[in-house]
Write a protein that binds this ligand. Structure first.
Ligand SMILES: NC(=O)c1ccc[n+]([C@@H]2O[C@H](COP(=O)([O-])OP(=O)(O)OC[C@H]3O[C@@H](n4cnc5c(N)ncnc54)[C@H](OP(=O)(O)O)[C@@H]3O)[C@@H](O)[C@H]2O)c1
Length: 242
């Protein structure tokens, strides 16, 4: 009997993470849906279950070792889970951006506290979670890791503003390269996706992109065949310069 494919998505109680959860579940994955707020996460999981999807909810705050460790132990021990095939490092914050105006302070005026928090969640949070769950991919010698990056993290053509967010997304691009090199011999592919500007809580209602289309791109990267590229940044499924 074929084993159940298991996918874990950080920050999946809303936005791009939730839509990715829905689409991976529609592809037959058992999805571990996670969110900082246990009630919002449970409500999102119940909604997907009501749509007929196979979804398991567990709280997760990627900023904290204990939360990440608890989730990894839950996946390892729960009889419905026990291993992992897909990890989507999606959780992210963008506190520098004023949601009304879409603007933010210049680098010289940005509080270091804000930069540090953004780095902690967007970059270190992804590394922390990856370190905790890759052993669950090794159980079957298979894995797909998708890091959600951003055009703001691309050094190629980089401009001013949003220094904290840019650092964090350039950092996740570095993580993508390093992890891809280290994990390729074990059958684990690691790629980054720039989803474009999306009408989520982060992107705001004026965003011009489609969350459903971006989630489909994440699912594409999460289900690549073994002979596919690793350590790349994609937008609309096309490789992008770093
Ligand atoms: N929207 C855009 O235009 C855009 C463009 C490029 C890249 N991105 C990236 O796409 C990803 C998803 O963003 P989105 O647009 O869907 O924004 P969103 O609606 O604000 O969703 C962000 C998600 O991240 C979660 N999160 C934040 N901090 C967390 C933490 N410490 N631990 C665990 N989860 C945490 C949030 O959970 P809570 O419910 O607990 O707050 C929420 O579920 C992010 O990495 C973002 O940087 C977005």
């Amino acid at each position: 009997m074929a084993r159940t494919l298991i996918a874990l998505i950080s920050g999946s109680s809303r936005g791009l993470g939730l839509e990715t959860a829905r689409q991976l579940a529609a592809r037959g994955y058992r999805v571990v849906l996670t969110g900082r707020d246990g009630l919002a996460g449970k409500a999102a999981a119940d909604k997907l279950t009501g749509e007929g999807h196979d979804v398991v909810h567990h709280p997760l705050d990627v900023d904290h070792d204990h939360s990440v460790r608890r989730l990894a132990a839950f996946i390892a021990d729960d009889p419905r889970l026990g291993h992992l095939d897909v990890l989507v490092n999606n959780a992210g914050i963008f506190p520098e951006r004023d949601p009304q105006t879409g603007t933010g302070p210049a680098a010289l005026e940005t509080p270091l506290k804000t930069v540090r928090q953004t780095w902690e969640t967007n970059c270190l949070g992804a590394l922390r979670l990856t370190q905790a769950v890759v052993p669950l991919m090794r159980r079957h010698g298979y894995g797909r890791i998708v890091n959600i990056s951003s055009g703001y993290g691309q050094l190629d053509g980089m401009g001013g503003g949003f220094v904290g967010y840019r650092l964090s997304k350039a950092g996740i691009n570095v993580l993508t390269r390093v992890l891809a090199a280290e994990l390729q011999p074990e059958g684990i592919l690691v790629n980054a996706i720039d989803p474009g500007w999306l009408p989520t809580r982060m992107g705001g209602p004026k965003a011009t992109g489609s969350t459903a289309a971006a989630a489909a791109d994440v699912v594409w990267a999460a289900t690549l065949r073994g002979d596919s590229p690793t350590g790349r940044l994609f937008h609309d499924r096309r490789p992008m310069p770093w």
